[in-house]
Design a protein around this ligand. Structure first.
Ligand code: C2E
Ligand code: MG
Ligand code: MG
Length: 575
């Protein structure tokens, strides 16, 4: 048997094997897609490979004092990080060097580069060698790892190349945004959110037509491009997506509900440059999100006007909040006992008035309050006002209830506000301080939220319910409506959305829905309120289906505290 050669140490290997530095450099360069660089730090000269010199138009393969020659090539937003990291490496402060930046190639396109390297010191501790690799991320990293889709840089370069290649060839750009994705992330966790995004992207691709290209943009946004298309075709494309997401999904036993909003525009009609088109699609997506979500909007000049108006309104709202909630007020709409027609409570509804635009209804400003986070402060103000009002009224009618709308954003608080800073921990001390009977407070949450099977939320809601506060599901029937949720949802009252009232005369489904929900709720001890009753006919018909309470313009529009007081609490001429 042949004898095994004795193992050599690294030291022995080096001693026995002298090799040429240039040949090593060449061998490494041809073996990798990355750019290999080596720097003689004592003389401040650096060697770059020929293909890198060519790509970025560098002065030569060997550059003396390299930093200034990069000044015009590196994106101005990345210059500081590039410069500082290099200075730290050159001074020997930083041994391991990792930095990413955008650099402009000879064609004028910025590409992302990632530079990794290490500094080697001599026996006196002086840095003398600095070497490593520069990866061209813009060239190679075209895929978003999470979803497997092409990434936003590809999206941009695709649009740019289409614009260049066919000057008048129409193509469509869609931005798709996952509605309330923050809920998924905050209610579960980021990993779960990442998985959801992956599943969403697969589902989206599976319903898109073969000629549509799907990209992952930032965060919870996706881009779709379709060449040689029409607005109608784009709309059809969105309908397919909307349909696929219009129901509850489940992953690892957790249920979630993510609808998709869309903003679209057409090239070259809406823009002849990438940034113009991206802006049109982004504004349109924002419009869809602010006007109810789960819908599409196509760009027009009004969309841009609306976008800048919403920025302005958000600023005005912020000013109002800072000036002691100036311009905010509450109006109250009676909720009436269906059997006797007597007032049993009111719902507090927010209004806002500003000097420039006058009086506004919630659909104009609540989405802005929610987006900007101001809803948490305004929500507390609503609770304070409503608590003070009901405590005054309860001196006259002991069991008159006050319903308060609570937005999702008030329940989930950002991490920087610390644990426990949610609506419940604020409300309970407030009600005690104002001496409000907890049995007279109803908190209204929208359906998708209360119906989610989240242990944590269920526990919170049950916690306040044990203290006597009631919980209602608002606008029931327009979310993902699995009637099964009624069995276990931690609620005392279900408010059936007003869309069902509209069809009660002619649509058998709507009438049957109201009847069924009412019967189901009563089976499990949950009360029912029918919203949006406008006429006597509607009232008569719906009352036959057995709801406990009625709310709507037929009895009263939302009115001021004074009007409620004079009409119902302490009438001069008792009704
Ligand atoms: P909501 O909680 O479902 O409130 C009922 C809405 O239906 C009110 O609209 C009310 O004016 C309207 N309404 C009542 N009866 C009728 C009717 O017979 N016919 C028709 N067509 N409409 C009727 P409003 O005041 O514009 O409020 C809209 C939504 O804004 C509310 O829907 C609620 O989700 C939200 N909102 C209002 N105030 C607050 C608040 O203080 N905080 C939060 N987070 N949301 C609020
Ligand atoms: Mg409500
Ligand atoms: Mg409602």
């Amino acid at each position: 048997m042949e004898k095994e050669a004795p193992m050599k140490t690294v030291e022995e290997f080096i001693k026995d094997f002298e090799y040429d530095a240039n040949e090593l450099y060449e061998a490494l360069s041809v073996s990798t897609d990355e750019y290999v660089y080596v720097c003689d730090m004592r003389r401040r000269t650096i060697r770059y490979p020929a293909d890198m010199v060519e790509e970025f138009g560098l002065p030569g393969e060997v550059v003396q004092d390299p930093l200034p020659c990069w000044k015009d090539i590196i994106h101005k937003d990345d210059w500081n990080v590039f410069y500082e990291t290099n200075m730290e490496s050159f001074s020997g402060e930083l041994i391991h060097h990792v930095v990413e930046y955008r650099a402009k190639n000879k064609k004028g396109t910025y590409v992302w580069l990632q530079c990794r390297g290490a500094v080697v010191k001599d026996k006196d501790g002086e840095p003398y060698l600095f070497a490593g690799f520069i990866s061209n991320l813009g060239k190679r990293n075209r895929i978003d790892h999470q979803t497997g889709l092409f990434n936003k840089y590809e999206f941009q370069s695709r649009i740019e190349s289409w614009l260049k290649e066919g000057k008048n060839l129409p193509f469509g750009v869609l931005f798709l945004g996952v509605d309330n994705f923050k809920h998924v992330n905050e209610l579960y966790n980021r990993e779960f959110g990442d998985e959801v995004l992956r599943i969403l992207s697969q589902k989206m691709q599976s319903v898109l037509p073969y000629n549509a290209e799907c990209y992952r943009l930032d965060g919870d946004e996706f881009g779709v491009l379709i060449k040689d298309t029409t607005k109608e075709e784009l709309q059809e494309c969105y309908s397919l997506i909307r349909k696929a997401f219009d129901r509850q999904q489940s992953f690892r036993g957790n249920k979630y509900y993510c609808t998709i909003s869309c903003g679209g525009c057409m090239a070259p009609g809406d823009g002849r440059q990438y940034l113009e088109l991206a802006r049109c699609a982004e504004y349109s997506l924002d419009y869809s999100k602010r006007h109810g979500k789960n819908r599409s909007t196509f760009y027009s000049s009004e969309i841009a006007v609306d976008f800048s108006r919403s920025l302005e309104l958000t600023e005005l709202l912020r000013e109002s909040v800072e000036h002691g909630f100036e311009g905010f007020s509450l109006v109250y709409q009676p909720q009436v006992d269906a059997a006797e027609g007597r007032i049993k409570g009111v719902e507090a509804l927010l209004r806002w008035k500003c000097g420039k635009y006058g009086a506004m209804v919630p659909s104009d400003f609540i989405p802005l309050l929610e987006e900007s986070g101001l809803i948490r402060q305004v929500g507390k103000w609503v609770m304070r006002e409503a608590a003070a009002v009901v405590s005054r009224w309860n001196r006259y009618i002991k069991d008159l209830t006050m319903s308060i709308n609570i937005s999702y954003h008030q329940v989930i608080c950002p991490r920087d506000e610390g644990p426990g800073e949610d609506v419940f921990s604020y409300l309970l001390p407030l009600l005690t301080q104002q001496q409000v009977n907890l049995n007279n407070i109803i908190l209204e949450f929208t359906e998708s939220y209360v119906a989610s099977d989240l242990e944590d939320l269920r526990e919170k809601l049950n916690g306040v319910r044990r203290k006597g506060i009631k919980v209602a599901i608002d606008d029931f029937g327009v979310g993902y409506s699995s009637l099964g949720v009624l069995k276990e949802a931690p609620v005392d009252l279900v408010k059936i959305d007003r869309v069902f009232i509209k069809g009660i005369e002619k649509d058998d489904f709507d009438a049957a829905f109201i009847k069924l929900v009412t019967a189901l709720c009563h089976q499990v001890g949950v009360r029912v309120c029918q919203e949006g009753v406008e006429t006597k006919e509607e009232c008569d018909r719906v009352c036959r289906m057995g709801p406990d309470y009625i709310q709507g313009f037929y009895y009263s529009r939302p009115v001021t505290e004074q009007e409620i007081f004079e009409k119902y609490i302490c009438p001069k001429d008792p009704l």
